[in-house]
Design a protein around this ligand. Structure first.
Ligand code: ZN
Length: 155
């Protein structure tokens, strides 16, 4: 774990600062390409592949019109980096028929349509995630995290 130093310049956010496989969804937070103040909460439901993308203020994403927007594509790319393409495909129950190595391979196999999803829940998980990143560096167990079984969210 890296110690968090006070910012001397405006913080450059990662493109996808938060991604997780949880609650039956691949979900996460994707920063806007154009506006540093704005983030998108994007999710893909396992099984149905229902797609959702909206801003943290619950405005629907203008790019999500039947096919995945660039935020969903960025989310899948980041998930593939963190979890591996096979694991993401298994979690979302994407049928794999051949080569599967990139996020684009996964996105091409999504069968879902836009559907509403609770962005506020994902966003509050992201804020908790940030809070833990900013805990002082320690090797002691964090009692609040004991409740979570290791890797329990992903099966
Ligand atoms: Zn979007």
């Amino acid at each position: 774990m890296a110690r968090v130093l006070p910012a001397v310049q405006p913080r450059k956010l990662a493109k996808v600062p938060f991604v997780e496989l949880a609650d039956g969804r691949l979900q996460g937070v994707v920063s806007s390409g154009s506006d540093i103040e704005r983030v998108y909460v994007s999710s893909i439901a396992a099984g149905s592949h229902g797609l959702n993308c909206s801003t943290n203020n619950n405005r629907p994403c203008g790019g999500l019109r039947g096919s995945p927007c660039k935020h969903l594509q960025a989310l899948v790319d980041e998930a593939v980096l963190q979890y591996g393409a096979d694991r993401v495909a298994r979690y979302l129950r994407i049928e794999v028929d051949g080569e599967l190595s990139s996020g684009a391979d996964l996105v091409a196999r999504l069968r879902g349509r836009p559907e509403s999803s609770p962005a506020a829940v994902v966003f509050s998980r992201f804020l908790r995630h940030l809070a833990y990143l900013e805990l002082p560096e320690t090797t002691e167990p964090i009692p609040e995290l004991h409740w979570f079984p290791a890797m329990g969210a992903v099966r």
